[in-house]
Design a protein around this ligand. Structure first.
Ligand code: PLP
Length: 401
């Protein structure tokens, strides 16, 4: 018999994955070009050539037992130094290799962070809508995820509601900026207010509250929007970064955690994170791709590609009358469902071969998420299907909102 904790996971296997499987099934039936699958955040812009070239060059020129060998559990020192230098140049931080721990993507990084910080019953506060895996990651270490309800329509963090939820049991506040699923970017004034609240509350309760910043979409921003670097605003910040989206390498499983020098008990926290990386069984982040991302650290994905998609999908749906949060980052559109139950709306869209994910998969029913990391042509081809869907919505005897 499997572990009791796993039963729920097995029964409610990720809706996003289920929609993705549904997309594959419909593609077999109708042909891939006739299915408009906006379900999965799998980057479709290829990784920059610099990454593939780096891998080839590393294999040709570096010592094989070094490249494929174990290293420090935090990752290769020179890799961490290269990333630290890049962050210092970009964000004015003062990092060295000691501030960084290479991880198995953002998912691995978050598990390492929660392993290192949480005692059973400790609370982690996050803002709905959020990446639902957070609940599992916190639960892995018997922590309790506390939700702040969605702040509709801006989807910026609701700071009043945050303040009410901070208790002596609060160990972490977890934010995701730019945000999945809304594409909203939290600006500096919100970050300042948020960190001031956490500061005040940790003083009031005499507790250490950690601010966890999950940042896989940091590089995917549009119109020159600035994403504040959080270690500058709050000392007890842990940044979780990933190359999955920024360099289109989700299958390679590579990212890092950054901890600022101002962190209380810096050495102990960094040791705990490093040991957590080992004892969770990751041991260290994959070696070859660590070396490759260091060589390609100045490469960028083609954000212009996603921007074109964003503009086309946003304007198409807006012109049809859909109510949408204007996304400034990531590659998602969060659309208000025109029918009360967004799952019904998803089913109606599926009849037109449009696949999207219900907002309840992000703790925000009444909305749906569209991932526009697809080809531009897919969006163009989907336009008649969106038109038909809107016609159906207008004709149907539905509880239109
Ligand atoms: N956090 C958020 C908000 C995500 O959207 C994702 C993946 O989609 C992850 C974490 C996990 O990213 P990774 O592939 O780096 O583990």
């Amino acid at each position: 018999m499997i572990a009791e904790k796993m039963v729920g996971f097995v029964e409610n296997n990720s809706a996003i994955r289920m929609m993705f499987e549904e997309g594959k099934r419909l593609s077999k039936l109708y042909g891939a070009e006739n299915v408009y699958d906006f379900s999965l955040g799998n980057p479709n812009v290829p990784a920059p050539c610099a990454v593939d070239n780096a891998i080839k060059d590393i294999l040709d020129s570096e010592d094989s037992s070094y490249v494929h060998g174990y290293m420090s559990n935090a990752g290769y020192e020179d890799v961490r130094r290269t990333i630290a230098d890049s962050l210092n140049r970009r964000f004015g931080t003062d990092f060295t290799d000691r501030n960084l721990i290479m991880t198995v993507g953002a998912a691995g990084g978050l598990n390492v962070i929660f392993r290192a910080l949480l005692n059973p019953g400790d609370e982690v506060i996050t803002f709905a809508p959020y990446f639902l895996e957070y609940r599992a990651y916190v639960g892995n270490f018997d922590g309790v995820l506390v939700e702040v309800p969605p702040n509709i329509p801006s989807f910026l963090p609701n700071l009043k509601e945050l303040e009410k939820r901070i208790t002596p049991r609060t160990k972490c506040v977890l934010i995701n900026n730019p945000n999945n699923p809304t594409g909203v970017v939290y600006p500096e004034n919100i970050i300042r207010e948020l960190t001031a609240i956490i500061e005040r509350k940790s003083f009031e309760f005499n507790t250490d509250i950690y601010l966890i910043s999950d940042e896989p979409y940091r590089e995917l921003v549009y119109d020159g929007v600035n994403v504040p670097y959080l270690t500058k605003y709050y000392a007890n910040t842990v940044v979780g970064y990933s190359f999955s989206k920024s360099l289109s390498l989700p299958g390679e499983r590579i990212g890092y955690i950054a901890v600022p020098n101002e962190m209380k008990d810096f050495d102990t926290v960094v040791s705990a994170l490093t040991i957590a990386n080992r004892i969770l069984g990751y041991v260290n982040a994959p070696s070859l791709i660590q070396r490759a991302v260091a060589r390609a650290i100045d490469s960028k994905t083609d954000v212009g590609y996603y921007d074109r998609n964003r503009k086309l999908l946003y304007s198409t749906l807006k012109n049809l009358g859909f109510d949408i949060v204007k996304p400034e980052g990531a590659f998602y559109l969060f659309v208000k469902s025109p029918v009360e139950d967004e799952k019904i709306f998803c089913d109606m869209a599926k009849e037109e071969n449009i696949i999207m994910v219900p907002g309840s998969s992000f703790a925000c029913p009444g909305y749906v998420r569209l991932a526009y990391c697809v080809s531009y042509e897919t969006i163009e081809r989907s336009i008649p299907a969106w038109n038909r869907l809107m016609e159906k919505l207008k004709k149907g005897n539905l509880n239109l909102k």
